[in-house]
Structure formats: structure tokens, C-alpha cells
Design a protein. Structure first.
Lengths: 331, 451, 320
């Protein structure tokens, strides 16, 4: 006879678990990965594999030998960090740099705080910003997209500026002259940049999947995109010669990737809907400020990290309304 | 039919699994010996007034209520008291109980009308009704077993406006209330009338989840057919969402009013009574029949013959399991009640009592894997909480024994519905910790109030 | 260049000097007069702020001691269970008798072997919560739940769950008898008892007041209330509490007679020498507790069991 289980109610649970959530996000990133391989060939694939492997190995080593706790390597969170980290770097980055970034991302960004669920910052972004600060040249030398059917799988990378880079260096006019303003190319991914962020369409397909599966909810990304759109829209209306049309801001750089896949990271984002909207608004504003007036051409990573730091405060400020409790009026 | 309503905050939707919904209620034969626990309600157990060797009749009082929150206990059978001893209840604790060796024929105690005739005239007045409810030992039969007469006594200065009948049966698996509504429709509706008279209101609303269309239609039809008799009674369909049957959620859904934090439902002018209790009140008031039996759902995905049984109290649960096709292979969880709020069972031979709404047998697959992982701060628990609390936070501070903080974060408002734990992807036993915190915080508050 | 350096040095130097002067005066102004003896007394206390003395913390007790010593000239009613109050008295110029050293005693032996588990618990590791859910894995509704509320409560790291038996074990060297574990245990299994002469003590290792038949159902070593020990005891130290024998530590002379007659092995004798070969060799239950309470001596007692056993003198352990 088997023993009965004694447990507190409830005795049934939803079939959701952490592992499933992580794997769904990984799955949602597959279209973007395929596009990246199409445009950047061997470099993209190699970098992704190394980054994922390095992250998982780092986590395993730390859990096994430093923490000596349970091994949770197959919950998919380390793999996800690795994938997101790879998505945020140039495809032709030297391998060892990615490994260093992975170690920092997992070691400092995640395990130092106690592992999954305890890190205040998005680990992939910690790794990315660390690399950006440590290896500025390598991290800002972007290869151009060159479809593998034209140049072959192992084609050498041809570096060139990203749209946002051009904007920063030479202003709006030059971008238009260079003919890089093809909106279709932008959303298909046929441009320079970090290889995971180039194709807006592929990222949106993944995002829609996540939304349908209720892994993420729409509030944070919607709030980010709206804020960026409105903010840059105002700038555009004020001076169209100085600032580019708002629609381009949405598809340039890592905004889509950041908004749907990194700002929505459950661990580091607020829990209530109002909190999420404020969080997204903050990311949007900081991103635009960095893009338009900052030293770097792109600011999504910094914006998310800064708002990650504010998440505990937002959580404290925006608690859900308790049933049957009337807020004392301020009069 | 009225438009479907629901409560506003949180809620989850577990698999409904109403496997026994089409099984008519069967009378369950009593065993040779029945064991009647004296503590069958929330609050103090009743005091035994029979001794070994006494002959008791069916419906005879054997235990008197002790204290304000307590209920009488009656003999569910005719026979001789074998002993007054302790019996193991479903948790494995020993509780005082009366052991009765049954005779084959039921001999009903004096004054009890044991017929199936429908009595529509309500002869008693408000006070007499409440006294009768008290005398007959009627409690909330949804599981919490709070004595019903205490609920019906509207405190000074408060005014009841509605009687709300809790027919939501939002617990998955359970079908006992649904079957009762279908098979005893008229009796139930008279019960609602009695309740309306007892608390002196002219509006009775039956809140019922929309997954019980059959019952909604039948009730609507019956009310329309006897419009004069059932004046003021209304059927309110509710969205199928857990915990629709939570008292506060039900009031919110039906009337749109929120019970203030820390207050009783009467603050909103509502008195909420369960379906089975309403039927029991009909039996008590019209037929003078005390509460000695109830409908118990025996169910589970691997159970061969899930069913609804009319069971006299004191019948051991394992006989019911036998009747439902025996204990299936691989059962790991035996639950007294529904899967969301029921209690784990240590032994299956515990006697059925007033609060035993169902016996649920689950295998490990049904109960789901419970490997606990780290909280990933997804906030789903807070989204699911129908009371607008933050279960992840309460879990953390209760774990650290910080009971000032738990109180500040409204831990006492938790209705222990389990939505948070149900939805948690990390399988953290959130409700365990919250219950612990609630118990400790409650003790601190009580101690403070006594000073 | 050197100018800049000099100016910075000068500015910082002057700033530091001025602030130091201000700080000095502020410190003088807000100085709290306190007896230096409070610090001395506090140094003698364990410093764990366990609350076992009834004060908020060790410093609060120290203050109370100094105050009462000055006002009334005694330390009556003030006692830290974890330290030697006679030393405190010495500092304060008083002569105080050392309080009887005590220790926490776990009165349940329902290990996995003695009370095999019938159900399987899954949930929060809190005894106080599990207590509301069910009787216990072994079925005994009075026995230890083994989830370690006492372990978490102990400020001295003196109580641990033995992984083999699933029961808490008190480390006699670390236990200060502050009583927090006894207060925490939802089933009142832990009792603070005197350590006894030569650290020898006898107690009933069960708290189940149920009838014997019910106890026997779940546990092989629970007290069934047969009262054999009651009749055996020459000092009338044993009383019945329901169906449970209780040894009054004030009357018990640790003769160990009750241990021998207990048919269930519920009475434990701690730190007694192992029975000599010529002793009651045919006794079916020789001195249960002796071999289990202290695993270390049990191994080392080959040469002279009595000496090794008694090496842990109460005085040495308590003042540590």
C-alpha cells in the first residue's frame, strides 16, 4: 500500500512550472535565431552555442562546487540568459569575450545574489553591459547582414555601421542619403547590429507566442513602445531635420528584443499592472534620452538595468488594492 | 435568465472535473456500528448527554452545544450506545465520539415527520425559526461548518437586505449541491423562503456558477411556475471561476458590495447560506428533522463509479469508497472535501460528519508534481489572489516570523482559497506559510485586544 | 600644482579639526552616565539575546542586575539560564548561590524505527502548521513532528534534528536552558529539566496522555500508563498525568529503578554507567537511555565507564 500524502490545501496545482516558462521563452526566440543564422551565418550560430554553453557551465560549476546546493541547470534559465546575451552582441565578437561575458552574467548577475529569482538585474544585460564597458571597440563593431544564400555559410563578416550608429555620427540626413532607410529591410533584419535584434518580424512572432501562452503580459512592452513612439514623435514634430520619424525608433536597435524579452523578465520586473506600466514608461524615456542625447547610440540595455534597480521601489509603491479596504481619503 | 456576473479581483480556473454530475443521489446503507463524533462544527465540540447502554432513537439529541459557537449533535440511527470514547478523525487526531450499535429498523424520535411530502406553509416566526435551526444543529455544510443560527442572528443595529444562497459549488469535482438542487428543487426553494422569513428580508438570491446550466434552468422554471409561492427569489448565474463560492466573492459578484476588511458579511446587508444547509433548514423547520445526514460526493479520475450518496453521519468513509468501486491503484492523495480547500486524510476510516462534502481520491498525476523551486517573482499569485493580497510577500515575512509585517499586509484578510498556490509555477507551499502566519498573527491580535 | 595640493590638505585638515572639536562637545553634552559594571555583567552573559531571562536582551538583564543590586542588595528573580549568576553576583559584590543548571530535554522517542511512518507529509517545514494538519507521520498525535521549529528557534545552535531518527537532539555543551525551544514546540514535547547530579538524569521520554492501547498502535516506546514505575519508585517522585507517567525532578534521586521496570523502555536514564556484567543481566530492557543520549561516551567507555561519563561536569558546561 502506498502512503497517503498529507499536505495543506490546495491539492491540485496548475500544470505551469518555472521550467516550462523558461523553455517557452527559449522557443519564442528560435525564429529570431534562425533569421540571425540566415543573415550572419556561422558566426551567429557559433556565438549562440558558445554563450549558452558557457552560461550553463558556469551555473553548474557554481552550484556544484561553490553553493553545493541542488542542481537546477535544466530549468532553462541559464540557457535563456546565454541566448539573450548572444543576441545582444555583434556576431563577429571573439569567442573568449563571450565566455567572459557569460561568466559575468551568471556569476555576478545571477549566482552572486543567490541564483534564480533573487537577482535584482537581468543577468544577460549585466553581462552585456560589462562587455560593452570592457571591450568597447569589439562590442561596437557591428557586422552587416549578408544572407547566407548569397555569401555562403562561412562568409567573412563585413563590418559597418548600424542605423542608430549612423544617426548618432552623422545625423538624419546622412542616413537617408545612404539609402539605409528602407523600412522593409529594417523589420526583416537586413541591416547591421546585434544579431538577435535585427529582425523585428521574427521577434514579434515569438512575442505573440509568449503573449498567447500568457508567459508575458502586454503591459510592459506596450508601455515601452508607446513611450518611445510618443517621445520620439514629439521630437520629430518639433524638428524633423534633427530627429528621425518615431516608427524607425521602434524597429532600430534592440528595442523590440528588449521590450518583449528582457524587460518582461519576471524576476526583475514589477508585479502589478500599474507597476509594469510605470516600469515600461521609465525604460522608454531613458532609452530615448540615451539614443537622442547620450554618448551611446543605443540605450535599451542601460534603461532596463536602471529600471531593474527601481523595481523593488515600484513594487512597494504599487501594491494591489486589498479587497474590502477603502483607501483613507487624503482630506 | 439574469446576465452572468462575477467578482472583480483575481481568481483561477482549475479543471472542473465534475465527474459525478450525472449520478443521482443514492441512499447509503448504514453499517452495523456508527461512530458519531461530538465535534462536528467549527467551535467547541458538543457535550455528550448519553451514556453507555442507553437506547437512542433516530434524531434524538445526544450532544448539546457548549458555548456560543457550537452546535447540537443528534443520533443518526436507532440503537444502543456501545461506548463514549475517542475516534480517529480524518487528520489522525483522536476526538470524542459516541459509538452506537444500530438496530435494523429506524425508529424516529418524537415529533419528527419522516415523509417526502412537500410542506409549503411556514408556520414559525423569525425567532422560532432561528431557535429551530439551533436546536437541530444546523451548520454551514460547504465545509467550514460554522453554526448557521449564529449567522442568522443579525446583530443589533444591523439590517439584513438579502439572503444569498451559495450554490456556486466552485470547488472542482464536487457535485453534492448540484444534485441536491436538481432532486430537491422545491424543498430547497421553501428553505430559501424560510431563511428570508428568519432574517426578515424580501429578497433571496441564489448565486450559481454557469457550468450548472441544468440547475439554473430548472430553478428558473420552478420559480416561474409558482410565482406567488417563490416571490422575491431570484437565480443569479455566475461566471465559472474559483473562488466564486467564497462568501466575500459571492457577495461582491451578486450585489457589487465589498465586505470591509476585518468585518462580517452582515456589514453589506447580506446573509450567505449554503445549499445543503438551506435544505437542512427546510427539513428542520417544516419536518422538525435534525441534521443527521448529508450528500457526500465520492469522486476522482481513477474512481470506478463516482457517485453522490446520502450518508448518515458516523458512517466510515472507507465504506463509501467501497461503494464507489473500491480504492483504485496508485492513490496518493485522499481529500476530505474538494481539491482546493479540502483537507488531507491520514486514515480512510474516519466517520463522515456535517462538513464532509466530498471524498476525493487522487493519484499523483492529478495532484501534480510538487517539486519546489525558487520564487521567480512572476507575481502570478498576486494576480490570482481574490482578496488583492501579495501571497509571495506574506510567505516571505511569515517564514521569517515577522508578524508585525504580516498584519500590516492584511494577512488576516486571507480567505485561504488556495488560488495563489494553485497558480504558483515554482510550487511553493504559499498557503501553508500564510496559514501559519495567519494563526500566529491572529493570536497576537487577540492577545493585544484582551489587554 | 603643489599649491593645489597644499590648499586641499589645509582645507581638509582644518575641516577635520573643527569637526573633531564639535564632536567632542556634542559627545560631552549628550553623554549618558552608565555604570561600568553593566558592561562587565553583560560580558558574562551569553550575548544571544534569547529572552530566556524574561528581559528584552542580555544588556537589559545586565542593567536590571546592576540596578537591583544597588537598590536591594540581591539578585532575586534575576537569572540568566545560560550563565553562572554567582559570577555576576561576585562582580556586584554579592554572594549568590549558583542556580541549579538545567537543560532542554526532548520527551519523544518516536523515531522512524519506533513509530514507523504511515503517511507522507509534503508542505511547509513548520511544526506549528503541520500540527494543525495531521497527527504525525507515525500516527501519534502527541509526538514529535520532526520539522524542526525548535532547531530554528534555538539561538545557540544547540538543538539539531538527527537524520537517522528524525528527532531533535540537544547538544548538552551548547544548551543554555533558555527555554525558547520548549516555548516554540507546538506539542510541548521539550521540557527544561535540571541537569541532575553528575549530569545524570532520568525522565519519561513520552508526552502521550492517551490510553495505552492507542499509544501502542502507533509507537513501540510510548508510555502506556501502566504505573509500574510509580509503584517501584522509592521516593514517590513519579506521578500520573492522565495516562502518562511524569518524574518530578525535584524528588527524583536518579536511582534508576524505574528505568528497569518500564515494560516499554519509555524512561530514559542519561549519563548513567553502562550496566555492569554482573548486574541485572537478564533484564530485558537495561537502561535504555544510557547508550543513546551521548554517542561519544558510549564508544569510549571501555576502560572505566563511570569516569568518562561523569567528565561533563555541570559547572564546566554552563559557564562556557
Amino acid at each position: 500500500m502506498n502512503k497517503y500524502t498529507i499536505s495543506g490545501s490546495p491539492h491540485v496545482h496548475s500544470s505551469e512550472n518555472t521550467q516550462k516558462i523558461m523553455y517557452r521563452v527559449l522557443l519564442a526566440l528560435v525564429p529570431a535565431l534562425l533569421v540571425a543564422i540566415y543573415y550572419f551565418g556561422w558566426y551567429a550560430l557559433r556565438l549562440t552555442l558558445v554563450s549558452v554553453a558557457a552560461c550553463m557551465l558556469t551555473e553548474w560549476l557554481i552550484q556544484k562546487f561553490l553553493i553545493k546546493g541542488p542542481l537546477t541547470i535544466n530549468d532553462g534559465s541559464a540557457a535563456l540568459t546565454g541566448l539573450l546575451l548572444a543576441f545582444n552582441v555583434p556576431a563577429n565578437l571573439p569567442i573568449w569575450m563571450v565566455i567572459v561575458g557569460s561568466i559575468i552574467a551568471i556569476g555576478v548577475g545571477k549566482m552572486a545574489f543567490g541564483g534564480l529569482g533573487k537577482n535584482p538585474f537581468n543577468p544577460a544585460l549585466v553581462g552585456r553591459v560589462f562587455m560593452l564597458v570592457s571591450f568597447p571597440t569589439a562590442m561596437t563593431t557591428w557586422p552587416q547582414a549578408q544572407p547566407i544564400f548569397e555569401k555562403g555559410f562561412f562568409a567573412d563578416a563585413v563590418t559597418g555601421p548600424t542605423p542608430l550608429g549612423i544617426l548618432k555620427e552623422a545625423g538624419v540626413g546622412s542616413l537617408a542619403e545612404a539609402g539605409d532607410m528602407q523600412f522593409l529591410d529594417m523589420i526583416l533584419g537586413n541591416r547591421g547590429g546585434a544579431f538577435g535584434e535585427v529582425c523585428a518580424i521574427a521577434l514579434l512572432i515569438g512575442a505573440i507566442y509568449l503573449l498567447c501562452r500568457k508567459v508575458i503580459d502586454i503591459w510592459t512592452p506596450l508601455s515601452i513602445l508607446l513611450t518611445v513612439f510618443v517621445f520620439t514623435g514629439i521630437c520629430y514634430l518639433v524638428d524633423p531635420t534633427q530627429y528621425i520619424a518615431p516608427l524607425y525608433h521602434l524597429v532600430y536597435g534592440g528595442l523590440i528584443l528588449g521590450a518583449f524579452f528582457m524587460a518582461t523578465d519576471m524576476v526583475t520586473s514589477p508585479m502589478t499592472i500599474r507597476g509594469k506600466i510605470l516600469f515600461g514608461f521609465g525604460i522608454g524615456v531613458i532609452t530615448v534620452v540615451i539614443r537622442l542625447w547620450g554618448a551611446y547610440p543605443e540605450g535599451v540595455s542601460f534603461a532596463i538595468l536602471i529600471m531593474n534597480a527601481l523595481t523593488p521601489l515600484i513594487n512597494k509603491a504599487f501594491k494591489p488594492q486589498v479587497f474590502g479596504v477603502v483607501k483613507p481619503s487624503k482630506k | 435568465m439574469n446576465p452572468i456576473k462575477t467578482f472583480s479581483k483575481g481568481g483561477v480556473h482549475p479543471e472542473e472535473n465534475k465527474l459525478s454530475a450525472n449520478q443521482p443521489i443514492q441512499d447509503f446503507p448504514m453499517p452495523k456500528q456508527i461512530i458519531v463524533p461530538l465535534g462536528q462544527c467549527l467551535g467547541a465540540p458538543a457535550e455528550c448527554i448519553v451514556k453507555k447502554g442507553d437506547r437512542v432513537l433516530t434524531g434524538q439529541l445526544i450532544g448539546t452545544a457548549k458555548g456560543f459557537v457550537s452546535a447540537n449533535v443528534h443520533s443518526p440511527a436507532t440503537g444502543t450506545v456501545a461506548k463514549v470514547d475517542v475516534v480517529m478523525d480524518h487528520t489522525g487526531y483522536y476526538k470524542p465520539a459516541v459509538f452506537i450499535d444500530r438496530e435494523d429498523q429506524d425508529e424516529w424520535a418524537e415529533g419528527i415527520i419522516n415523509t417526502d411530502e412537500l410542506l409549503t406553509d411556514i408556520k414559525l416566526d423569525s425567532k422560532q425559526i432561528i431557535d429551530k435551526v439551533k436546536e437541530c444543529g444546523i451548520v454551514g455544510m460547504g465545509g467550514a461548518t460554522f453554526p448557521t443560527h449564529v449567522k442568522l442572528m443579525v446583530p443589533e443595529g444591523k439590517k439584513a437586505e438579502y439572503i444569498i444562497i451559495n450554490a456556486a459549488e466552485c470547488e472542482p469535482y464536487l457535485t453534492c449541491d448540484f444534485r441536491l438542487l436538481l432532486e430537491k428543487t422545491q424543498e430547497f426553494l421553501i428553505g430559501v423562503k424560510i431563511l428570508m422569513k428568519a432574517v426578515n428580508v424580501d429578497k433571496g438570491i441564489i448565486g450559481i456558477e454557469a457550468n450548472k446550466m441544468e440547475a439554473i434552468e430548472l430553478l428558473d422554471k420552478t420559480i416561474n411556475e409558482h410565482r406567488d409561492l417563490y416571490k422575491g427569489i431570484e437565480v443569479q448565474p455566475l461566471k465559472t471561476k474559483y473562488p466564486q463560492g467564497g462568501e466575500k466573492q459571492l457577495i461582491k459578484a451578486v450585489t457589487g458590495r465589498e465586505v470591509p476588511s476585518g468585518k462580517l458579511p452582515i456589514e453589506t446587508g447580506c446573509v450567505v447560506v449554503n445549499v445543503a444547509s438551506t435544505y437542512a433548514i427546510y427539513e428542520a423547520v417544516q419536518k422538525n428533522k435534525p441534521l443527521i445526514e448529508r450528500i457526500v460526493t465520492v469522486t476522482g479520475k481513477s474512481v470506478k463509479k463516482p457517485g453522490n450518496f446520502r450518508v448518515r453521519f458516523g458512517t466510515p468513509a472507507d465504506l463509501l469508497i467501497e461503494a464507489a468501486g473500491g480504492l483504485p491503484e496508485g492513490i496518493t492523495d485522499v481529500i476530505n472535501g474538494g481539491p482546493m480547500m479540502g483537507k488531507s486524510v491520514s486514515v480512510t476510516n474516519f466517520p463522515c460528519i456535517k462538513g464532509t462534502s466530498g471524498i476525493l481520491l487522487m493519484t499523483i498525476d492529478e495532484a501534480q508534481d510538487r517539486r519546489v523551486t525558487n520564487c521567480i517573482r512572476c507575481g502570478r499569485c498576486a494576480m490570482a489572489c481574490p482578496m488583492g493580497l501579495q501571497p509571495f510577500l506574506l510567505h516571505k515575512i511569515a517564514k521569517h516570523n515577522d508578524f508585525d509585517e504580516t498584519e500590516k499586509n492584511h494577512i488576516m484578510d486571507c480567505i485561504e482559497c488556495g488560488s495563489c498556490e494553485f497558480t504558483c509555477p515554482a510550487n511553493i507551499p504559499l498557503l501553508d506559510y500564510i496559514r501559519y502566519g495567519k494563526a500566529k498573527t491572529g493570536a497576537i491580535i487577540r492577545a493585544r485586544n484582551q489587554k | 600644482m603643489s599649491n593645489t595640493l597644499l590648499i586641499s590638505l589645509a582645507v581638509l585638515g582644518i575641516l577635520g579639526g573643527v569637526l573633531a572639536v564639535i564632536l567632542y562637545f556634542v559627545a560631552q553634552k549628550f553623554k549618558v552616565e552608565e555604570s561600568p559594571m553593566i558592561d562587565e555583567v553583560e560580558a558574562l552573559l551569553p550575548g544571544a539575546n534569547c529572552g530566556g531571562c524574561g528581559f528584552a536582551g542580555c544588556r537589559a538583564l545586565a542593567e536590571a542586575c546592576v540596578k537591583q543590586a544597588a537598590e536591594k542588595g540581591n539578585l532575586d528573580g534575576l537569572a540568566c539560564p545560560g550563565s553562572d549568576m554567582s559570577k555576576v553576583g561576585k562582580i556586584l559584590g554579592l554572594v549568590t548561590a549558583a542556580a541549579e543548571p538545567k537543560i532542554a530535554v526532548v520527551r519523544c522517542n518516536g523515531s522512524c524505527k519506533n513509530s514507523p511512518s504511515k503517511v507522507h507529509y509534503e508542505g511547509a517545514d513548520i511544526c506549528a502548521f503541520a500540527n494543525t494538519l495531521y497527527a504525525g507521520e507515525g500516527g501519534c498525535s502527541k509526538g514529535c513532528l520532526g520539522l524542526g521549529d525548535c532547531v530554528k528557534a534555538c539561538k545557540f545552535d544547540a538543538i539539531h534534528i538527527d537524520t537517522e531518527t528524525g528527532l531533535p537532539v540537544v547538544d548538552p555543551d551548547k544548551c543554555t536552558s533558555c527555554g525558547i525551544c520548549a516555548k516554540t514546540c507546538p506539542r510541548g514535547i521539550i521540557e527544561i529539566r535540571p541537569r541532575g547530579k553528575k549530569d545524570r538524569r532520568v525522565y519519561v521520554c513520552c508526552v502521550n496522555t492517551d490510553k495505552g492501547a492507542l499509544v501502542m498502535k502507533n509507537c513501540t516506546v510510548g508510555c502506556i500508563g501502566c504505573q509500574k514505575c510509580l509503584k517501584e519508585c522509592p521516593f514517590e517522585a513519579i506521578e500520573m498525568r492522565g495516562n502518562l507517567a511524569y518524574i518530578d525532578p525535584a524528588k527524583c534521586k536518579a536511582c534508576g529503578k524505574c528505568v528497569k521496570v518500564c515494560p516499554r523502555g519509555s524512561i530514559h536514564a542519561i549519563n548513567f554507567p553502562a550496566p555492569k556484567p554482573e548486574g541485572p543481566i537478564n533484564d530485558p530492557k537495561p537502561l535504555q537511555g544510557a547508550e543513546k543520549a551521548k554517542p561519544v561516551p558510549a564508544v569510549e567507555t571501555t576502560a572505566n565507564p563511570v569516569e568518562v561519563k561523569t567528565e561533563v561536569q555541570p559547572e564546566n558546561t554552563v559557564t562556557a
